[in-house]
Design a protein around this ligand. Structure first.
Ligand SMILES: [Cu+2]
Length: 178
């Protein structure tokens, strides 16, 4: 009996450590710069207290596609010596519209609702970006070839999503992490 208890305890201790990495080449249809890969159904997390940078430089949003964990704060910055505004849409609905008239100005903004957001600047119609707010931290952007790596995914059966956040086309496939 003592032996049984000992082995049960070992299982309990070991279980949370089971995790794996997901790496591969995403088919991004020639638009890897707009593609985010993420795991649907994995344990959710709260990104409160974490920050990511979102710049505007030479009339370009940097990065063009920004995946963030729900609750994370996006530090929206104006890197140009002239006014930008950051107009964030969920579908056709405005969820945020702020002006940043000064170079170096930073407006922290928490994104708590998962989903896809389009970001425009009303002063410069050529400016466009996308923020993808995700429920768990198991996501990655891809390189020019589509390569991605998502690390420390808890073991389980999930859905892997390859999402062109600009066109909003997503391809889903089952994935198992051991
Ligand atoms: Cu602008």
């Amino acid at each position: 009996m003592r032996k049984l208890i000992a082995s049960l305890a070992l299982v309990v201790v070991a279980a949370p450590a089971l995790a794996g990495n997901l790496a591969g080449i995403a088919d991004c249809n020639g638009d890897c710069g707009s593609t985010v890969v993420y795991v649907e159904g994995a344990p959710t997390r709260d990104g409160a207290g974490t920050t990511v940078d979102f710049d505007q430089k030479d009339k370009v949003f940097i990065p063009h596609v920004l995946p963030v964990l729900q609750g994370a704060t996006v530090n929206i910055k104006n890197g140009d010596p002239f006014l930008h505004n950051v107009h964030v849409y969920s579908g056709k609905e405005t969820v945020l519209n702020i002006a940043l008239p000064f170079q170096g100005q930073v407006m922290p903004q928490a994104f708590t609702e998962p989903g896809r957001y389009e970001v425009l600047c009303d002063a410069h119609p050529e400016m466009s970006a996308f923020i993808m707010v995700l429920e768990n931290p198991f996501f990655a952007t891809v390189d020019e070839a589509g390569a991605y790596e998502i690390t420390d995914v808890p073991a389980g059966e999930y859905t892997l999503v390859v999402h062109n956040v600009a066109t909003d086309q997503a391809v889903r496939s089952p994935v198992v992490v051991n």
